[in-house]
Design a protein around this ligand. Structure first.
Ligand code: C2E
Ligand code: MG
Ligand code: MG
Length: 716
């Protein structure tokens, strides 16, 4: 019987095969990547869709066969062929969901799939019951079975390959794979069809059953719709999964970031950002651990010790103030690393304040061991520092507490602090072992600090004046204003005590302004009383760094109607040396407005005269320590004589401070010293006393000295 093919249906069946293959590959991926229960759902739905897709291809392919007799298909066998397609798909998808797809699995899978496809096809053919029966070309049948097996092998291999291809290249690969697979399925089908021949005059016994163009369209549409819906669902699912993966990825990322931030925060919470050393918090934690450990172990009769060293840099603040914070930071960092070098690994070195460090020494043998560490630290920190091309020298003060022994465990740091203050008070650059009285010293200091803050408004401050005597003419050449604090409890407190305190608590600016104003006011008042004098005030380095100082002094002079040359500013040599730039700037400004300048306490700072001659000073005051030695030390005499000579060579007038004896006076006068100041002539005294003294009253405690030319303004 002649048979032909409806080419349109052949094309539709081919398209259906491709579409079904493409969707099947998608399914296979879904089954593999989804969670277990979701994967199972995809497997069931996938088997249905994939089976229906393949089956519809086959069914349409069958319909494409045109015979000159009416054709129909048995419902039962058609249904069985559909089930076969579903089973093959189910096996294929199950295999696809396996993690490992080795050759054996591929072989078994291909056999199952090939068997399923073959079963589908030949069951489908059997659904068309012919009389007489179909004659089969067996080699072609065998070929179709082989092709279905090979097609399945190929499909599984392609799928294995596809698993390794990432988006966006995957779509192209999947299309190509679908094409190959579709061609293979169609090959099986059309080969199987070609293997069948129908005898002339055959009739189809199932002609009344399934068949006809309506059914073809319905199958094509239903299968097509099923595939479309599935594909869309698959795409949607893949997007959702990607979004979820993205979300979990970004959650991972933000988790990691959170963790890093946490670590950073922890680091910050426990480390000093400038030096990287532990901060106070971490130090206290380690100290608490160490004390607990000691308490435990010392119970058993063994005495283990630890120690805390409180290290405070001396003279660090001026470095920060004058060279800037960047230089200060370098010094701190270098000091920190030197401290670290002096400590052992089991010790803790922490930075607990601007220039304050704490060292926790674990397992120390005795006090002597701590003293050795302190001495090493002192030696190490007194080595010059290099910062921004500058050579900076500092020292430090160290307070030591050994525990157990020196202090209760909750007061170790406070006591080390008190000991450090004691070392500072002793002049710095040394260590002090804690002693109980130091605590009261500290609380006294604190009380003094708060009292000092109110001293000015409570009227406890005043100026005393000490005359300077012109050596040659024996007359008063001026007075030095010296600040006094009359404390309600302690009485007169020495400026040597409260000036450094005022500097430390940032009060010196206010006090300094008051001194200048009061000295000028007093000088103007004396002027009205007919005592025209030059008044000297002492300036602290903090005042010199104040950019507004020159203007303020100019204004104060104007306010009191004083000539600028009536004011003389004294600045100690060490201060001048510490910050020559700031000093020079202010000195020049003061010189420009006509104020006189003096270098105080000369000889204590080891500075060269040549260096100091860069400053527009007019006067040099030799420190009283030299003057005190004059009578007994030839060395002191040689130094003073040399200083006087050099100062004169540089055009500076020389003042000797602390002249207490006539012998000293005579030596100094013989050396051609220009002015003398000291208890020999007069002690510092209140303004009224000074006026009386200047007018010829016998000075209290001073020598019998009467100024010969009261009121004259001797040239400096
Ligand atoms: P200074 O400027 O060198 O002042 C001289 C110090 O020597 C004064 O001490 C004075 O009383 C003392 N003195 C004077 N003649 C003799 C003597 O013959 N023998 C002895 N042993 N001492 C003598 P004072 O008043 O205690 O002042 C100490 C330092 O305090 C001053 O040294 C000065 O550096 C500082 N000072 C005082 N008043 C002020 C102030 O208003 N501002 C600033 N920044 N510092 C001040
Ligand atoms: Mg002075
Ligand atoms: Mg002095």
């Amino acid at each position: 019987m002649p048979s032909s093919y409806n080419l349109f249906l052949v094309a539709v069946s081919l398209a259906m095969a491709m579409f079904a293959s493409y969707v099947s590959f998608d399914m296979a991926r879904r089954v593999r990547t989804s969670q277990r229960d979701i994967g199972l759902a995809w497997w069931a739905a996938g088997s249905l869709v994939m089976g229906t897709g393949i089956w519809s291809m086959h069914f349409l392919g069958m319909q494409a066969l045109e015979l000159p007799i009416p054709i129909g298909y048995s419902q039962g066998l058609t249904f069985a062929s559909w089930l076969a397609a579903m089973a093959a798909s189910g096996i294929a998808l199950e295999l696809a969901s396996r993690k490992r797809l080795d050759n054996l699995r591929i072989l078994l899978g291909a056999m199952a799939m090939g068997g399923g496809i073959t079963a589908m096809h030949y069951l489908g053919m059997a659904a068309m019951r012919m009389s007489p029966g179909v004659t089969w070309d067996m080699p072609l049948v065998a070929l179709s079975v082989l092709v279905s097996f090979l097609a399945s092998t190929l499909a599984l291999l392609i799928f294995k390959l596809l698993r390794r291809v990432e988006r966006p290249r995957r779509m192209g690969y999947q299309l190509a794979a679908a094409f190959v697979f579709a061609m293979a399925i169609c090959g099986t089908h059309y080969l199987g069809m070609a293997a069948a021949s129908f005898a002339a005059g055959s009739v189809c016994l199932t002609a009344g059953e399934l068949g006809g163009p309506g059914l073809q369209t319905a199958v094509a549409m239903i299968a097509g719709a099923l595939l479309v819906v599935t594909l869309l669902t698959s795409i949607l699912d893949s997007r959702l999964q990607r979004a979820a993966r993205g979300a979990s990825h970004s959650m991972h990322e933000s988790n990691a970031r959170l963790q890093a931030a946490n670590e950073e925060l922890q680091q910050r919470a426990f480390a000093d950002p400038l030096t990287g050393l532990p901060n106070r918090l971490l130090f206290e934690d380690r100290l608490a651990q160490a004390t607990r450990r000691l308490e435990r172990s010392n119970h058993d009769g063994v005495v283990e010790r630890m120690a805390v060293l409180f290290v405070d840099l001396d003279g660090f603040k001026p470095i920060n103030d004058s060279f800037g914070h960047a230089v200060g930071d370098v010094v701190i960092r270098k000091a920190a690393s030197r401290l670290r070098d002096e400590a052992r690994d089991c010790d803790t070195v922490a930075r607990v304040g601007g220039d304050e460090f704490l060292i926790l020494l674990n397992d120390v043998a005795d006090e002597q061991a701590c003293i050795s560490v302190a001495q090493r630290v002192l030696a190490s920190l007194s080595q010059p520092f290099e910062a921004s091309g500058r050579r900076i020298e500092i020292s430090c003060s160290i307070g030591i507490v050994v525990h157990p022994g020196h202090s209760e465990s909750n007061k170790i740091v406070a006591n080390a602090d008190a000991a450090m203050y004691a070392a500072k008070r002793a002049g710095g650059s040394c260590y002090a072992l804690f002693e109980p009285h130091m605590v009261s010293d500290v609380s006294e200091q604190l009380a003094l600090q708060s009292d000092l803050r109110h001293a000015l408004e409570r009227g406890q401050l005043s100026l005393h004046y000490q005359p300077k005597i012109d050596g040659r003419r024996g007359q008063i050449s001026g007075v030095e204003a010296l600040l006094r604090w009359n404390h309600p409890l302690h009485g007169m407190v020495s400026p040597l005590v409260f000036i450094p305190l005022a500097e430390r608590i940032g009060l010196i600016g206010r006090l300094g302004h008051w001194v200048i104003d009061e000295a000028c006011r007093q000088t103007a008042e004396w002027g009205h009383d007919g005592l025209r004098m030059r008044v000297a005030v002492n300036l602290s380095v903090h005042q010199l760094r104040d950019k507004g100082l020159v203007d303020r002094i100019g204004q104060t002079l104007k306010d009191h109607g004083l000539d600028a040359s009536q004011l003389l500013c004294e600045i100690t040599e060490t201060v001048a040396m510490e910050d020559i730039k700031a000093v020079q700037h202010t000195f020049e400004g003061l010189g420009d407005i006509g104020v006189y300048l003096s270098i105080d306490d000369f000889g204590t700072g080891y500075s060269s005269l040549r260096y100091l001659s860069q400053l527009p000073a007019r006067q040099l005051k030799i420190d009283r320590s030299f003057v005190g030695d004059l009578e007994h030390s030839t060395n002191a005499r040689a130094v003073v004589a040399a200083v006087v000579g050099l100062a004169h060579a540089l055009g500076l007038r020389v003042v000797a401070e602390g002249v207490e004896t006539e012998r000293q006076r005579d030596i100094l006068l013989a050396m051609d010293c220009d002015e003398l100041q000291g208890f020999l002539f007069a002690r510092p005294m209140p303004p009224a006393a000074l006026l009386a003294w200047a007018r010829g009253a016998k000075p209290e405690g001073g020598a019998d000295f009467t100024p010969s030319l009261v009121g004259a303004l001797a040239p400096l």
